[in-house]
Unconditional design. Sequence first.
Length: 159
Amino acid sequence: MNLQTDNSPGRFLVIGLGNDHRGDDGAGLEIVRRLRQMQLSGVTLREAPGDGAALLEMWQGADLVILVDAVRAELHAPGTVCRFEAHRQPLPEKFFARLSTHAFGVAEAVEMGRALGRLPPKLIVYGVAGKNFSPGANLSPEVRQGVEEVVSLVLLELE
């Protein structure tokens, strides 16, 4: 299988958001990296630091976009996976309130895209509830388990 690696999104685009240097905030990046190892045909995989403004450009031209990111730990047990159909309804901001360095986050990007008529036809957002967002930390065991679950769920979405 060949992985599309150019800058133009294909029919399917998976975007992993996060920061490797802030513990569980790297969950979205880890999900994309695991998918990349599978060499999926016809799927564009991208990593992004989570700047919502960049997402508006990144997802243009894709039919199905799947965003994967860490979500606030206080709302669910660490490792819990949440799925949202963002093309149908707004994302709950409480889940995606910026955990770290993202100035304009996922929820804001989705709503800006909606207001501008620039959402992809299908936009699925997966969040993994984080536990530890400390600088220099690794992914927690609970979040690693959530990462595995999201990888499986994304593969189902892409079928």
